[in-house]
Design a protein around this ligand. Structure first.
Ligand SMILES: C[S@@+](CC[C@H](N)C(=O)[O-])C[C@H]1O[C@@H](n2cnc3c(N)ncnc32)[C@H](O)[C@@H]1O
Length: 278
């Protein structure tokens, strides 16, 4: 295990040692009620976008406290969550204790050692690779490629530096840590479409769908030489993937939040904001 990987565990365990901090990570949910609502509202995008059904074994990489998982699992045959933080895993297990098709594992931070080759039908990873060095998210791409069966689908997202709001979010990150040499390992990191496409191809996936808003939202599949997935199923999957995309309303909301936070740092946005927020 590398030093960096050990540190992911340390960093995220420290955050999750305070339950409220573990809850508020993705969308600032303050309590169980808000967290549950957030999961309930967002899980359908994953379920529909990946066409998850009762015969599917589904994996979430970086499941956190099972915000999404608790609401994805009822649509799946078996739901497996993996997280680097034992503290997150403990909360996720407690939150999913009423579900009998759930397995939650603590992983080393760059691999999926407890999962067999070709054992997973669908996988997703939301708001996790943004907190990692490239070497580590590429290692995960290869691991997910290993455990997904031929024809299996994988959704993941990373910040998009090539989008104005992605740039604005990066400006925030520079305002926070720009002059420091000890930037935290879990700080937000950023990518561009060409890089993502390269990583996906080098990991052995076929890129099936890429939405390019402030987030790059990718769905890839494992090539299936025997073409077990027929043309009509592929067409249905391709059509379903569109629901994963963030909307213009999300853009405007996000822009206003970022502009306010940058103002607290005494900074003007370096990009033009969407019309209604100017
Ligand atoms: C922002 S939270 C997102 C949680 C969850 N995906 C969600 O949408 O609610 C990031 C999660 O990724 C996990 N994580 C960070 N680095 C990781 C790594 N190297 N391997 C596995 N999980 C990691 C953290 O412990 C944390 O639970």
């Amino acid at each position: 295990m590398s030093l960096g990987v050990k540190s992911y565990k340390a960093v995220w365990d420290r955050i999750a040692a305070v339950r409220e901090h573990a809850f508020e990570l993705v969308d600032e949910s303050q309590d169980e009620e808000a967290l549950d609502r957030s999961g309930r509202e967002n899980a359908p995008f994953i379920v529909n976008g990946l066409s998850i059904g009762p015969s599917d074994t589904v994996l979430e990489v970086g499941c956190g406290v099972a915000r999404l998982g608790r609401h994805v699992a009822p649509s799946a045959g078996h739901w497996i969550g993996v997280d680097v933080s034992g503290e997150m895993v403990a909360i996720a297990r407690e939150r999913c204790s009423a579900l009998d098709n759930v397995t939650i594992l603590e992983g080393p931070g760059d691999a999926l050692p407890d999962l067999e080759d070709d054992s997973i039908d669908k996988c997703y990873c939301h708001a996790v690779f943004i907190h990692m060095d490239k070497e580590d998210w590429f290692a995960y791409l290869r691991e997910v490629r290993r455990v997904l069966r031929p024809g299996g689908l994988f959704y993941f997202d990373v910040w998009n530096l090539a989008h104005d709001l992605g740039w604005l979010r990066w400006q925030m990150e520079r305002a926070l840590y720009g002059s420091k040499t000890d930037r935290p390992l879990h700080r937000n990191q950023f990518s561009v479409p060409e890089e993502l496409k390269l990583m996906v191809a080098r990991a052995g996936f076929e890129l099936r769908h890429l939405a390019e808003t402030f987030y790059l939202q990718a769905v890839c599949s494992v090539p299936d030489p025997e073409q077990r997935v027929g043309t009509s199923q592929r067409e249905a999957e391709d059509a379903a993937m569109g629901v994963l995309r963030y909307t213009e309303g999300d853009d405007r909301f996000f822009a206003s939040v970022l502009a306010k936070r940058l103002a607290e740092y005494g900074q003007e946005p370096e990009v033009q904001l969407p019309p209604s927020e100017r």
